[in-house]
Design a protein around this ligand. Sequence first.
Ligand SMILES: Nc1ncnc2c1ncn2[C@@H]1O[C@H](COP(=O)(O)OP(=O)(O)O)[C@@H](O)[C@H]1O
Ligand SMILES: [Mg+2]
Length: 323
Amino acid sequence: MADKLLKLKGIGKDYAIKSKEVMRTKQILIAVDHVDLEITKGQTLGLVGESGCGKSTLGKLICRLEEPSRGEIIFSGRPIHDLKGKSLRQIRNRFQPVFQDPLGSLNPRLNVFQTLAEPLRLKNKPADQNAVITLLQSVGLGPELLYRYAHQLSGGQQQRLGIARALSLDPELIVADEPVSSLDVSIQAQILNLFLELQKQLSLTMIFISHDLRVISQLVDQVAVMYVGRIMELAPTQELFTNPQHPYTWALLEALPKLEPGRKRKRSILTGDIPSPINPAPGCHFYSRCKYRDAGCEKYENALWQHSENHQVACQKMGKIKK
Ligand SMILES: Nc1ncnc2c1ncn2[C@@H]1O[C@H](COP(=O)(O)OP(=O)(O)O)[C@@H](O)[C@H]1O
Ligand SMILES: [Mg+2]
């Protein structure tokens, strides 16, 4: 059996927030709701969904930068959801996040050399100029940048440095959260190519988060589609594009710009806001936007059903509806 590096079982995260309507009362915002996921060593998983659906929160839960409100996280066979103190700090070192805003995630007081030498030293690896230059080259940066500070680099260079920093710590899992969405379109493709190359060379295990299904499609082995805190569909990438089963995935795919000139995009049902995760109505979270809904959907909590091997769908009408 393939080696499961990470297993999430029924993971959820609630935030207590102040009510806007009634003073001094609290409301519960369910950012992530009973998520089950597994990731195999060497595999890449794409997490896609509209803004606010809980992707970043799930990424932080996986890296244990946030504490789950419920559920289990098993990493290399060991439960890590309730670790605290020193053992929590140790486990965090085995994950590396790469963030959307590279400048904000780099220390402004360190130059490029210091940014990379410090984690290399931490791992007891050679941390001299040559070692740092080799690391820089692995992400497509030249030695002329060694003594520059983060703010003196372009956005693309900053993100390359962020990726080099993550790699310097030999992480067992990289969680890249929208790593190209703050970059110019022309630079985005270069950084995606870098991820692809690194993936091939180093067999990274990676979770790649994006609100853009096209970005995800080039890069990952399987895709999890998220909606208001829940996973709606999980399938190998090719299967998700050729044989999608969930009405929400259909809508996401329909909303993609078409390549053929002159062919119009269908009017998407995904206009308007994603429903609020504050006190969500019981039943399927996609209910309010779904044209296939019926009374049964009001009692269905989006448990994932097996559609075929490796393909799971959170729609109680799976197989009974057509696009
Ligand atoms: N620290 C927090 N406190 C309160 N609400 C939060 C916090 N972090 C995220 N949220 C809320 O949780 C939901 C999911 O957010 P997020 O995970 O950032 O979504 P995404 O990354 O998909 O855009 C949003 O409604 C957001 O406002
Ligand atoms: Mg996010």
